[in-house]
Design a protein around this ligand. Structure first.
Ligand code: M6R
Length: 606
């Protein structure tokens, strides 16, 4: 992952670099570093942990230089200490890198044989020495060209040169990189978000391209080193201000914002006046699509899995779901009548992007369901459905999940009605229920104390299970993922009906098990499965919806009832207590809720 920034200006740059690094922390927070050129030398300062640690260093505060690069790291090669932090520098060259160099071991051998000395365990350091080596005989453009050719893997780079004090080089393959234009200064950044406080004029580099950034102009090159012209895009100049407000954590705020996320999505995609769906610009005819493949990672994958149940229920399309990192290397049977849907909050997830790229290269129809509309996945998809949930800062995705499943549900309704799988009356009834959903989520959010109370049990146990069937199964997976990533205790999501084929062996006296059993078509079956785990000593937290019918089961440890609605929409409501459970479990442990260990918000390495 990692985030990079570069600034070439006539004013001192260190404070601005630090501010931009704070914005890039969603890409990694294992370490941070900065390098500037001053008095004819490369000065490099790095520290373990957050950007705050780096900022506290008094040397950073007095750092001089009007040209510099900065980095936030998510460790791939080498532990997250200050030696492995970027920038990595020789006497002549300093580099920040986002990506992975797959042939770094071989390159290092070659460079060591040439007398180069390595300080870190990173793959990045080979780039520094390769450029340094080529600069002995070549000019800048040729040195960069030759270096990039030798690298296997992915990279976005920012490079500073001791002997070229008026320029920064940027280069990309596989990892995103943007150039920004300011008044007598220019910038390089992992994305437009990092640059937005400085400029809204942006150029995105394509794979294989590199650039030379001077104070007053930027030159672009293709991989052969030939100069090319690139478009300057003007993004909206409004920089979204997003803070925690009165909440302790962004995650808590983002959980509470979910009714607004749903209201925004419904306002955008539901044509209330005509009781119809406001997606009129699909670029393909209805008979051109007979199957749909949904692809994502992590929570976004769970959204895809959720959508499978809806698409199968509401349309006659064939539906496939795939984890992006698996899809990208399989021998896929690309079918002309397939629509490939890529789901991603950030729109920058490397595996999801690679899967999209593969589909584009095979001439497939592609659609993105994203939050960040300026992202790589949005830019390179034929059709984009934004989820409009606003900035999501907490690494654990909450409002983006609900935003994604809302848009996917609406898309399923759209295809159902386009293909006449769903008649007007049914569509109209489903849309009426949908319009009520934000209110029901608001009410469900009020359940709090009970969840706080049960959360300690999940922390104290050596593991827990989350069970569900049908529509509730993807939500069980999502609940387990939230608990794992925030409270660092093992949690496993499983189809309730599958327990007897193995995992039932894990159940022992007192093990907490969440059972999602809303009153839908699967209710009775799930209740039977619940009894099977209770019989083996599990402490069951049952999550169901309010009903006048009593729950016919004994020995349930705790029950949480969410509001009631039609069975399509129950997954939205079941999600809420699970998000809160994970939040309170982590809160009680005193963990960093918005930035869990070893993770990053945007996963830009494969
Ligand atoms: O930005 P994306 O939606 O593509 O991110 C995908 C996953 O990395 C992400 O959902 C991750 O699983 C979350 N941290 C889970 O809460």
């Amino acid at each position: 992952m990692c985030g990079i920034i570069g600034i070439n200006s006539s004013k001192p740059v260190s404070a601005t670099i630090i501010n931009s690094l704070k914005k890039l922390e969603y890409r990694g927070y294992d370490s941070a570093g900065i390098a500037t050129l001053s008095s004819g030398l490369i000065n490099e300062i790095k520290s373990e942990g957050r950007v705050d640690n780096l900022e506290k260093n008094s040397l950073v505060q007095s750092m001089e230089g009007t040209i510099g690069i900065g980095h936030v790291r998510w460790a791939t090669h080498g532990s997250p200490n200050s030696i492995n932090a970027h920038p990595h520098s020789s006497q002549n060259v300093s580099v920040v890198h986002n990506g992975i160099i797959e042939n770094s071991t071989l390159l290092k051998k070659f460079l060591v044989s040439k007398g180069h000395k390595f300080k870190s365990q990173t793959d990045t350091e080979v780039i520094v020495h390769l450029i340094t080596e080529h600069l002995k005989t070549e000019n800048i453009v040729n040195s960069i060209k030759k270096t990039l050719k030798a690298l296997h893997g992915s990279f976005a780079l920012g490079i500073l040169f001791k002997d070229e004090p008026d320029l920064i080089v940027g280069a990309r393959r596989g990892s995103p990189l943007a150039v920004g234009y300011g008044p007598s200064e220019n910038y390089l950044g992992s994305d437009s978000y990092a640059l937005k406080s400085m400029t809204n004029k942006i150029t995105y580099l394509n794979d294989g391209e590199f650039c030379i950034i001077k104070k007053d102009h930027v030159e672009f090159f293709n991989e052969d080193g030939t100069k090319i012209n690139k478009k300057v895009l003007e993004l909206s100049s409004e920089e979204e201000k997003y803070d925690k407000g009165d909440y302790k954590h962004f995650m808590a705020k983002e959980i509470e914002e979910q009714p607004i996320t749903l209201k925004n999505g419904i306002k955008e995609y539901v044509d209330s006046a005509n009781n119809n769906i406001n997606i009129y610009n699909i670029p393909w005819k209805k008979n051109e699509i007979n199957s749909i493949t949904l692809i994502g990672c992590g929570t976004a994958y769970h959204s895809c899995l959720m959508a499978k149940y809806w698409f199968e229920e509401l349309t006659s399309l064939d539906v496939n779901v795939d984890i992006a990192s698996e899809f990208r290397y399989r021998k896929n049977r690309f079918k002309r009548d397939s629509l490939y849907v890529f789901v991603s909050q950030s729109g920058e997830t490397a595996d999801t992007y690679a899967a999209l790229d593969l589909c584009n290269k095979n001439g497939m129809k592609t659609c993105a369901v994203v939050n960040v509309i300026e992202s790589s996945i949005a830019r390179d998809s034929e059709f984009v459905l934004p989820i409009h949930c606003g900035t999501e800062i907490g690494v654990a995705s909450t409002k983006a999940f609900l935003g994604q499943i809302l848009i996917l549900y609406i898309l399923a309704l759209k295809f159902g009605s386009l293909r006449s799988d769903l008649d007007k009356e049914k569509l109209s009834a489903k849309l009426s229920d949908l319009k009520n959903l934000p209110k029901l989520v608001e009410q469900t959010l009020l359940t709090d104390n009970k969840i706080q109370n049960v959360s300690s049990t999940f922390n104290e146990a050596k593991g827990s299970m989350f069970l569900g069937r049908g529509f509730s199964y993807p939500i069980a997976l999502e609940g387990a993922l939230k608990l794992k990533e925030l409270s660092y205790v093992h949690a496993e999501g499983y189809p309730a009906g599958e327990m007897k084929h193995g995992p039932l062996a894990l159940i022992e006296e007192g093990m907490p098990v969440v059972v999602l059993a809303p009153r839908d078509n699967y209710y009775k079956k799930t209740i039977s499965n619940m009894q099977e785990v209770i019989a083996r000593g599990a402490k069951v937290l049952l999550i169901t919806n309010k009903s006048t019918n009593e729950i016919v089961s004994e020995n349930i440890w705790e029950t949480i009832e969410v509001e009631s609605t039609n069975q399509d929409l129950l997954p939205f409501l079941l999600t809420i207590p699970l998000q809160k459970l994970a939040y309170y479990a982590a809160l009680k442990k005193g963990f960093d809720i918005d930035k869990p260990r070893n993770l990053a918000k945007s996963v830009t390495v494969e």
